[in-house]
Ligand binder design. Sequence first.
Ligand SMILES: [Cu+2]
Length: 414
Amino acid sequence: MTVRLSALLPSLLSCALIVTCGASASASAPARAGTVLPTGTVRPSGALSPGGAVREAARRAPACGAPYLVERELPNGARWRLCWEMRVIEGLTLTGVAYTPPRGRPIPVLRSTALAQIHVPYDSGEPRFHDIGALGENAVTLASADCPGGERRERFVCVTTRSRGHGYLKSLPGEPNLSALGHELVVYAAFQIGWYTYLVEWAFSDDGAITPRVGATGSLAGFATGPEYGWSTGTGDTHVEQSHTHNIFWRLDFDVDGPKHDVVEQYDFPGSGTARRTLSRTVFTEEAKAVNAPARWWRVVDTESRNADGHPISWEIGDSGSAQYRGPADEAFTRADLYVTQYRACERLASNNPAPRCAGSVDRYVSGQRLTDPVVWVNVSYHHVARDEDADPMPTHWQGFRITPRDAMAENPR
Ligand SMILES: [Cu+2]
């Protein structure tokens, strides 16, 4: 552990000198062979989408071919289609995500999704990393064993299918037993940031659900502290590893059943402590920030399109697994769990946004604009108190959330 600390010291000093620590964590990463980005798949560093009509056309109709096209049918007959690219800043980015239920028509869900920040504040107050600044430059070459049963695309991305346990199981007297194992398409990549390796994945289930999540593995950073801020790891009590939080932000540009008529709603069920719970709906007509609460969830609904049952098609967002970190005033972007903003191409990251034409963080993107093309930002926190088992390599700790179809189909799409 001593060796690691001394190895980190130069990057910490340069971090202090340049004030913004966005690139400092990646600067401390061990040099890796084979992390050259695939030609033609990466935008130049800091570059934004092309402007005007070209940009509009490109984002309305995302298209791609091999090896960037993912099109897969799962055993129940459901299909997912999407494109991937490895962006310099955000790393793995998925566009044009559409779900086709068994015997149904394709339903667009997301125009694009990518990570928008990995913010890692340590419990003593320092250091405080913003690990996304050049994620794509730190993509790890995957071995074939790292992509079991799947296809490696351009060495960095794995596309595979895996079981998700029982999709359903029904056994009622007088009725035929029904059960089936479910499957999901998984698209993931790994990124080396400092001593940590982040596994960034999206799972696309055969029932239409999407699970974005990030797993942190690799090695502990080795920041020593007193017992009030950490946990004794390693041999005996020679080292107290400093606790810290991983605040992970996703940017989700929804296009539920096409680019128009998307509205974001919040649902609550007040009545705690009484026998009844009522349903309460809040429609976000303007840009908004929201915090988690028990039984609270959100949905993006297309107000014009209907399922065969006549109900509006939507995808629901649940974020109940977050530790809900709240930072100091100069980290106001940590003070909400979900943001809804009007689409702007230059609003890319939740903090340390690289585009000078836009504000610097997601809390400041919320400026009272009317929502006609909503982008949803989800913040999931995990408080990492190290334990002896974390060394070494550190077992993967996962954090993420769920996006579930709500009335996209008229019945179970089995
Ligand atoms: Cu950690």
